[in-house]
Design a protein around this ligand. Structure first.
Ligand SMILES: [Zn+2]
Length: 411
């Protein structure tokens, strides 16, 4: 079993170890060392990255990139995935491991921040954390509760940041499960283990955990709570700590500033401005609809007047290159209501379409005529006896399709 050096020292960024075994993997080799400071993905925390250097290589140390770190749950070994030729490392080699310190610090800030935040929710509202997830950008905890109010969110964020400002010591301790039960550990894992590793945030939280943690709460920097979301097991709370919190706040600020500039206003006025713009847009849409209806009404009357009459009914055949389906539907209704008429209308534009309509009670079958038309065009459409609509491949073919349909109506 790999001796896990991070267990007792989260700040160890360099170490020497011996290669025990290498196995060919899909993209390189999987290396087992006798000891390692690399953290493998587990317990909600993601893996460290870094490098392995071969010690004593005459041609100078080759730096091999550690891409991924996992644990073999059966043997307890830490597996380092390295993208390289299988001959680059062999059992017995002595290597120097180097941890990517920026990534490690980020993970420590997120994970220790999570402990502080979970303890804050538990202390304030008795809300237990049932799971923790650390992503590349955001972290989440799931709280066993029905709901979290904005006020509770603010209070937990406030308490967590106070604990950070107090810079309380964070210590790693070891205890048996029996001892842990008498010590008031927040959550004892169900797995049978001889010794539990405990993370002790002085006078605030004591929790069993295998992760890498800060030396004192001040190193977390800050906690910023984000959105909440209802999930199966409770409420998911999104958060970011340390430099991620600063980066997230900066991005938020820049997005808000861009929005505020577009509205020529202060960032805090942006929601109000958006509401105002939405109202104006709704009013404009309503006015536009009303105008179009009036245009359709007038155009309907005019088309009807100039249309030829066949056997007591008018036949209106018209193509519009710059109108849409909604308009020609509206127009078809106006035409067929204003007199005894059949309207064969088409439009071009982004969605070339056809609308066939007749005054209710006339003997034609618009649905049947449309079926025949779209079959010839290779498109889809249909409807009932009095009203039908369909698609056309383009404006030109929509225009010729209504001319062809008009010949059928004439028969
Ligand atoms: Zn933990």
């Amino acid at each position: 079993m790999t001796d896990r050096l991070y267990y007792t020292d989260s700040f160890l960024h360099e170490f020497e170890a011996r290669v025990l075994a290498t196995v060919d993997a899909a993209e390189g080799i999987s290396v087992t060392l006798d000891r390692s400071a690399f953290y493998p993905t587990s317990g909600g925390q993601v893996f460290d990255t870094g490098w392995l250097e071969v010690v004593g290589d005459a041609s100078g140390p080759a730096r091999l990139r550690v891409q991924d770190v996992t644990e073999d749950e059966q043997t307890g070994d830490v597996l380092h995935l390295i993208e390289c030729e299988s001959s680059a490392l062999k059992a017995g080699d002595v290597v120097r491991g180097l941890i990517d310190a920026d990534r490690r610090r980020d993970h420590m800030q997120q994970h220790s921040g999570q402990h502080v935040l979970s303890a804050a929710f538990e202390k304030l509202y008795d809300m237990a954390t049932v799971s923790f997830h650390m992503g590349d950008e955001r972290c989440t905890i799931d709280l066993a509760t029905e709901s979290v109010s904005p006020k509770q969110l603010r209070a937990a964020e406030r308490l967590a940041n106070e604990v950070i400002a107090e810079d309380r010591p964070v210590e790693i301790r070891f205890a048996t499960p029996e001892e842990a039960r008498t010590m008031g550990v927040r959550k004892i894992p169900p797995a049978e283990r001889e010794k539990l590793r405990l993370i002790d945030i002085h006078d605030f939280d004591l929790n069993a955990c295998g992760g890498t943690h800060v030396g004192s709460t001040g190193q977390i920097g800050s906690i910023l709570l984000r959105k909440t979301e209802k999930v199966k097991q409770g409420v998911r709370v999104e958060f970011v700590c340390g430099l991620r919190a600063v980066g997230t706040a900066r991005r938020d600020f820049e997005a808000l500033t861009e929005g505020a500039t577009l509205f020529s206003t202060h960032i805090w006025e942006v929601p109000q401005q958006i509401r105002k713009a939405q109202e104006e847009m709704r009013a404009a849409q309503k006015a536009q609809h009303k105008l179009l209806e009036e245009v359709a009404e007038l155009q309907g009357v005019s088309l009807l007047q100039s249309a030829e009459e066949r056997g007591g009914q008018k036949l209106v055949v018209q193509y519009f290159s710059d109108r849409d389906l909604n308009f020609i539907k509206m127009l078809a209704q106006k035409v067929t209501k204003a007199g005894q008429a059949v309207a064969l209308l088409a439009c071009g534009g982004a969605q070339p379409s056809l609308v066939f309509a007749q005054t209710s009670g006339l003997p034609g079958d618009m649905g049947g005529l449309m079926k025949q038309t779209v079959q010839a065009l290779g498109t889809r459409g249909g409807g009932n006896r009095d009203m039908a609509q369909g698609g056309a491949p383009d404006g030109d073919r929509a225009e010729s399709a209504i001319a062809d349909a008009a010949k059928l109506v004439a028969q």
